[in-house]
Design a protein around this ligand. Structure first.
Ligand code: ARG
Length: 566
């Protein structure tokens, strides 16, 4: 339900009657219940334009607001705000209309876009690290959300599969294969270390590694075959993580750096011919206004760089994929890089002016002491092990609750453990650094996945206890019911905001408010106790059921599962 849009139409109509033109009406949520449900703060700006007293115009506009349907009451507040209360009967009708709706009242965007979401992007020559974990989780949520709202989403996994390190890795792979020992690739971290040891200890090996770099670049079949099998194995490890994380990335979404190899020379040609790049000390550089250091697009030895590949990818995404919007879910530390390539791509017309290019940056994952997240000996944390530990800890957290059989316990622990890791990541504003804490993420209290999953399970238990058909309508009888119904109807506005701003924490914040409100409602408005009128009981059961549906849908968009019992 697009509540804000409807309210802005009502205000626009009132302004029209008052003969006031306004370009855009922005409605905000009221900051406190005493201020109503919503607030219109635009009167100050309008008053300035009209050179009139804001409070006086507000009073006049209020007198023209239609209070026969959606709106129950309006009031002028402060120097010229308009506080708005919605009508109980209207809220109840809207809530009743979505009781059986699979989309729980969420419609589609009016103008669907083609959106490329670039996320995960691990480097094949290294272990996938926590930064890629964040990108995978945030990117996947964004992709799922946009798809749900009706956009056409093209997922792109821009894996790093090209560069000098591969010479060493495939030379080592070949050496291992002659021994018939491909088991080595089972532990990639160890494999890199061993390859590096060989590289450092043997001159012959190091030479071979260097020779192989040139050979892969030249298209040598044998080397390319080794390279491909290495990439396959490395990608297999990433897929194991995606699978555990419930992240929707497949081989079809991989468009690796190497894919753009044969387009890189053209990128340089275009930049040169448009006079955007200049040759400096043999290297091809783009000087950007205001920046001291130029961005190098081709080295003096002819080699291309990360930025060159990104320019080719931007061109491809615009010209071939026809994207309207391109979102890069990448570490905030790459902000400068994206600012530069976006500006060059637009200048060079590799991307049309109307295409929205967005770097969806995120902060670093820290440990409790505020240092970047590492293993005790300073190594990279193995993601698969981290996720397995989450499940073990989740099992520990719930095992004494005694509501599950052994088989159930495994599935529930998985939903809770993986949910905890994902939710912890999604629930903080993405630009912030984030402190990884098992205790916090596996808590039943606070803004955690478990709090939401527990609320869902609790509602299921109420419905099980009731053990009969639920019929009849939602009827709003008090303030808490009013707020709960309104909160449920705000789901679409919440998702729309999260999609535009690419902020999953808008969704988690909403879920937290919803569940907190539900708990209050449930405490004060008993459902199954004796002595409650049948009609009231049904109405409350319907509200509870709808709350569960919204929680489940919200968590589903975050890639988190609900369970019936906790
Ligand atoms: N492989 C890169 C990294 O690990 C991320 C790729 C992001 N996508 C892009 N088009 N540059 O830092």
């Amino acid at each position: 339900m697009k509540i804000k849009l409807q309210l802005s139409q009502i205000i626009t109509n009132a302004l029209l009657i008052a003969n006031i033109q306004a370009d855009e009406i922005v409605i905000s949520d009221a900051s406190k219940p005493e201020f109503g449900d919503y607030q219109f703060n635009g009167m100050m700006k309008l008053a300035k334009e009209l050179k009139q007293n804001p409070r006086e115009i507000a009073v006049m506009v209020c007198s023209h607001i239609d209070i026969t349907g959606m709106v129950a009451k309006v009031e002028v507040a402060g120097p010229g705000f308009i506080n708005i209360w919605l009508n109980d009967a209207w809220l109840a009708t809207q809530a009743n209309a979505i009781l059986e709706d699979k989309r729980v009242g969420v419609g589609y965007v009016e103008q669907p876009q083609k959106v490329v979401v670039d996320y995960s992007g691990p480097n094949m020559a290294k272990q996938m690290h926590v930064g890629h974990l964040r990108s995978s989780i945030i990117g996947d949520t964004l992709a799922t959300l946009l798809e749900f709202l009706g956009d056409e989403v093209i997922r792109q996994n821009h894996i790093g599969d090209w560069g000098t390190q591969f010479g060493m890795l495939i030379a080592y792979l070949e050496e291992q294969n002659t021994d018939g020992n491909t088991q080595e690739l089972k532990d990639l971290e160890q494999f890199y270390k061993d390859a590096k040891v060989r590289f450092d200890e043997s001159e012959a090996f190091a030479n071979k590694a260097r020779e192989y770099v040139v050979k892969i670049q030249g298209g040598d079949e044998h080397c390319l075959m080794l390279w491909q099998s290495f990439i396959n194995a490395s990608l297999g490890h990433c897929e194991e993580v995606y699978e555990k994380l419930n992240v929707n990335l497949t081989r079809n979404d991989v468009r690796a750096e190497s894919f753009y190899n044969d387009q890189l020379a053209q990128v340089i040609e275009t930049l040169k011919s448009k006079g955007i790049s200049t040759t400096s000390n043999g290297a091809e550089c783009v000087f950007i206004d205001g920046a001291e250091i130029p961005i190098v697009v081709q080295k003096s030895d002819g080699g291309f760089l990360y930025a060159t590949t990104d320019l080719a990818a931007l061109n491809f995404r615009d010209k071939v994929l026809n994207a309207d919007r391109i979102c890069y879910v990448v570490d905030a530390r790459q902000a400068q890089h994206f600012k530069q390539v976006f500006s060059i791509a637009k200048q060079a017309d590799m991307v049309g002016a109307e295409v929205s290019l967005e770097h969806i940056g995120f902060g670093t994952m820290m440990d409790k002491s505020g240092k970047p997240f590492k293993t005790r000996d300073g190594g990279t944390v193995k993601l698969v092990e981290l996720l397995d530990e989450a499940v073990v800890r989740a099992k520990e957290t719930i095992k004494d609750r005694d509501v599950h059989s052994n088989e159930e316990l495994d599935a529930v622990a998985k939903a809770i453990g993986i949910g905890a890791v994902k939710y912890a990541d999604l629930s903080i504003s993405r630009e912030s650094n984030y402190i990884f804490s098992w205790d916090k993420m596996l808590s039943f209290e606070g803004n955690t996945a478990l709090y939401m999953q527990y609320a869902y399970a609790r509602i299921q238990s109420i419905l099980r206890k009731h053990d009969a058909q639920i019929f009849g309508d939602i009827v709003i009888g008090d303030e808490l019911e009013h707020r709960l119904a309104l909160m449920l109807l705000k789901f679409e506005d919440t998702l729309t905001k999260a999609a535009i701003e690419a902020t999953p924490h808008t969704i988690t914040g909403y879920l937290y408010d919803l569940v907190t409100l539900f708990m209050k409602f449930y405490e004060q408005n008993p459902i199954l106790k004796g002595g409650i009128e049948e009609e009231v009981k049904m109405s409350r059961l319907q509200l509870a059921k709808l709350t569960a549906s919204v929680i489940a849908k919200g968590l589903e968009l975050l890639g988190i599962k609900v369970v019936d019992k906790i």
